[in-house]
Design a binder for this molecule. Structure first.
Ligand code: DQA
Length: 165
């Protein structure tokens, strides 16, 4: 008898200043608010049979604690570390230590802006990075996280189904 797979649980973490989306630099970040992004993520997850929680923090320590706690409760992380992308070894190390697949997202194309934004300290410990698609970057990030976890589950199942010789 086959049982339904566990829903994939994803934590979306928004870093500093992203609570201001909608009014912050709309030419760069658009007019979509964080609440609207979170509602779209929830709808997309529901349609995919997945579960998503979204949290925004302005403090580095709070983001680190959220990453630590996520390891036991989620299958993947979608993270926009915002300005900490370019500065935070501590957030990089937390993602690495959590051993949870992470997808880094940015609304703007960080490679097409000031040179200090082109370096991401966090991307090397993520599965990949999505940058430059506005609010849609988050939906692409969620899709990428879900596809990645499905791939991991399929590989794990194949490994347990294989007869041992
Ligand atoms: C950002 C890009 C960062 O450089 C910036 O500090 C942000 C937002 C983005 O989503 O485009 O706060 O992460």
């Amino acid at each position: 008898m086959s049982t339904a797979p566990e829903p994939i649980r994803v934590l979306v973490l928004h870093g500093p200043n992203l609570n201001l989306l909608g009014t912050r630099n709309p030419t760069v970040y658009g007019r979509t608010t964080l609440a609207e992004i979170d509602a779209e993520l929830a709808a997309r997850a529901r349609a995919a049979g997945a579960e998503v929680d979204a949290v925004q923090e302005n403090d580095e320590g709070a983001l680190i604690r959220a990453i630590h706690d996520a390891a036991a409760r989620y299958d993947a992380l979608v993270i926009n570390p915002a300005a900490y992308t370019h500065t935070s070894v501590a957030i990089r190390d937390a993602i690495e230590a959590a051993d949870l697949p992470a997808v880094e997202v940015h609304l703007s194309n960080i490679h097409a802006r000031e040179s200090f934004r082109a370096q991401s300290l966090t991307a090397p410990v993520c599965v990949g990075q999505i940058s430059g698609f506005g609010a849609r970057s988050y939906l692409l990030g969620l899709d990428a996280a879900l596809a990645h976890v499905e791939g991991l589950r399929a590989n794990a199942k194949r490994a347990t189904d294989e007869p041992t010789s």
